[in-house]
Ligand binder design. Structure first.
Ligand SMILES: Cc1cc2nc3c(=O)[nH]c(=O)nc-3n(C[C@H](O)[C@H](O)[C@H](O)COP(=O)(O)O)c2cc1C
Length: 359
């Protein structure tokens, strides 16, 4: 089933393999270059079922934290994204734009407006240390609006959908996580209140886009600043985190893990994607070291190709619906075809050198 077509909302994917969103930091001035356009087209041509773009900084003054990350807030950037989309569509590919707000990872002095600090729920980037800006209601409203209007641009440009980046400790996850959200208003307090920002973003996007447009949410237990952190330590808690955003109009959930074979909750061997699908009932993407023998914890560590029998078996058993592949698709654009044809020995191993070029 992994290599067979799959219908996600009204978009038919040619298989259930998804390219994971991966920041490449090669879009100077926020504009994807021809090399970026070719990079995505190469993977669509080589049969990736669904491409999720690298994180695109939403059009908000505080969304940026890293240089040369693509944006949508100029004619030039939108024109370049249009070319990315048409390159992918030329090969019958599907593509979703990942919308990203870096939250507390932004530091004073960073472009585009150096005096703007990192934005967070409560000024916290990790528990207990107030170093960033605590967002006002106006900041929150502007951010929600930025996600919605960027999603609208994405639909106009031709994307099949957007994925809201709610993972890895960035802005939305900063609100989800009790370790960094100690607000006392409607955006903090209970688990549901900590999900309020994500819920409002989904609602606002839905009100700007057509009903066919795909809206997904990526979330994670782990944070860049704490790999052991958890939003939920039981299935019941996980359901509470995700119910309101799901009901606001999501079409899929993307459960970000570093090792997809890890069990999530004690007493069960199943992973986070399994539980997500079971509890929320939406199409779900699993991810984390698929086809590689070393985990994502250290991006510069080399990793060798492995078989994907467990992912195939999990899909056959409907434990989750799609499988995202990250580093293996950075090093080898033809990974899907090679795996489909059982040519594991031809797969190019992942090394850190692959990070420095766009092929
Ligand atoms: C170079 C690189 C950049 C990444 N950038 C993003 C990103 O922009 N957004 C995101 O949600 N995850 C990002 N990730 C995480 C990946 O989407 C994926 O979850 C992770 O690499 C695990 O999958 P893998 O083991 O198949 O590589 C990035 C990972 C890598 C290696």
């Amino acid at each position: 089933m992994l290599f067979n077509p799959y219908k996600l909302k009204n978009t038919t994917l040619r298989n259930r393999i998804v390219m994971a969103p991966m920041t490449r930091s090669m879009s100077p001035g926020g504009v994807p270059t021809q090399a970026v356009i070719d990079y995505y087209e190469r993977r669509a041509k080589a049969e990736v079922g669904l491409i999720i773009t690298e994180g695109i900084e939403v059009s908000h003054k505080a969304s940026s934290a890293y240089p040369d990350v693509p944006r949508l807030d100029s004619e030039e950037a939108r024109g370049a994204w249009k070319k990315v989309v048409s390159g992918i569509k030329k090969h019958d590919g599907a593509v979703v734009a990942q919308l990203w707000h870096c939250g507390g990872f932004r530091k004073l002095g960073m472009a585009p407006e150096p005096e703007i600090p990192g934005h967070t729920a409560s000024g916290l980037v990790r528990p207990g240390k107030k170093v960033a800006h605590e967002m006002t209601i106006q900041d929150i409203n502007e951010t929600v609006q930025a996600f919605a209007s960027d999603a609208k641009f994405c639909e106009e440009i031709g994307f099949d959908g957007v994925e809201i980046h709610g993972a890895h400790g960035y802005l939305i996850d900063n609100f989800f996580w009790h370790g960094t959200n100690v607000r006392k208003d409607m955006y903090g307090g209970s688990t549901e209140e900590r999900s309020q920002l994500a819920t409002e973003i989904v609602k606002a996007i839905r009100s700007e886009v057509s009903s066919n447009f795909i809206v997904g949410l990526r979330f994670s237990q782990w944070k860049q600043q704490d790999y052991e952190a958890k939003l939920a330590s039981t299935p019941e808690e996980l359901k509470k985190v995700l119910t309101l955003p799901t009901e606001a109009g999501l079409d899929y959930l993307h459960s970000s893990m570093r090792r997809f074979w890890d069990s999530e909750f004690s007493g069960s061997e199943e992973n986070l994607a399994y539980w997500t699908k079971k509890l929320l009932g939406l199409p779900t993407i699993s991810v984390g070291s698929v086809g590689l023998d070393s985990e994502f914890i250290d991006m510069s560590a080399p990793a060798s190709p492995t078989n994907i029998n467990k992912a195939i078996e999990d899909i056959n058993n409907s434990k989750y619906d799609m499988v995202a592949v990250g580093r293996a698709l950075i090093s080898d654009p033809e990974w899907v075809i090679k795996m489909k044809e059982g040519r594991l020995e031809d797969v190019i191993p992942y090394t850190k050198e692959a990070l420095f070029k766009l092929y």
